[in-house]
Design a protein around this ligand. Structure first.
Ligand code: DC
Length: 220
């Protein structure tokens, strides 16, 4: 199977670019952030402190997270319920960042990610795919962009969905998540040694997709 790992900070365009590149190549696209977001949603719904390792550890046996693919689009199920929309709310993003710092949460989601990669040609995006989940991936890309341009894209995305958020709020949330994700002890966000860094600050979406697809094709 061909496995492509795409890591990078929030809002770098990982999901949009990975999905489009996967379409072009006929691979499935796996968004691993959705898994952490689902655990975050479980915690929020059940009044569990998203920063409490003990409480989260206790909750894990009650949580079942599954991924399904309908017409090539990933859906995520939390205890059988499709939570694909709810996981996108800003509060779910922050909860995901919190729960993702808990080692037991990471190991809980590890096998699921590995199993999908073993069975499918896929592009998997996240924070630790090239470093931890798929250290032997055929291609590893570290996708990044300036915080301001990432926040602007995220802001436009949320506004288009009708969310009442301001740009400044999105920027400060994003910086806080960047900090959390790259300073946690376990599997922090960092480029794998053998990854190719692509900065999309000055690239259009189409240019970014083309660049990533070209890199993958060159390595196949
Ligand atoms: O990619 P995303 O914004 O949907 O990810 C949500 C949170 O999940 C992010 O703040 C960090 C965490 N995450 C992670 O720790 N490891 C991954 N492979 C994917 C996401």
């Amino acid at each position: 199977m061909i496995n492509v790992a795409i890591d990078g900070p929030a809002g770098a365009g990982k999901s949009t670019i990975s999905r489009a590149a996967a379409d072009k190549l006929g691979f499935i696209y796996v968004d691993t952030g959705a898994l952490y977001r689902s655990v975050g949603v479980y915690a929020l719904r059940n009044g569990i402190d998203t920063k409490s390792r003990e409480k989260l550890k206790e909750a894990l046996p009650k949580i079942k997270v599954e991924l399904g693919f309908k017409d090539g689009v990933q859906h995520v199920f939390l205890n059988g319920e499709d939570v694909s929309d709810e996981i996108r709310l800003p509060k779910s993003s922050m909860a995901a960042s919190d729960v993702s710092a808990v080692p037991e949460v990471r190991s809980f989601l590890f096998d699921l990610q590995r199993n999908i990669a073993e069975k499918n040609n896929c592009i998997m995006d996240g924070r630790d795919i090239g470093t931890v989940v798929l250290p032997n991936a055929d291609v590893k890309i570290f996708l990044t962009a300036s915080p301001e341009s990432r926040a602007m894209r995220r802001y436009k995305e949320l506004s288009a969905k009708g969310a009442a958020v301001g740009y400044e709020e999105v920027l400060s949330d994003l910086k806080e998540r960047d900090y959390n994700d790259s300073h946690r002890k376990i599997a922090p966000l960092k480029p794998a040694k053998d990854s190719i860094t692509v900065d999309t600050t000055l690239l259009s979406l189409d240019e970014s997709i083309e660049k990533i697809t070209d890199i993958i094709r060159e390595h196949m």
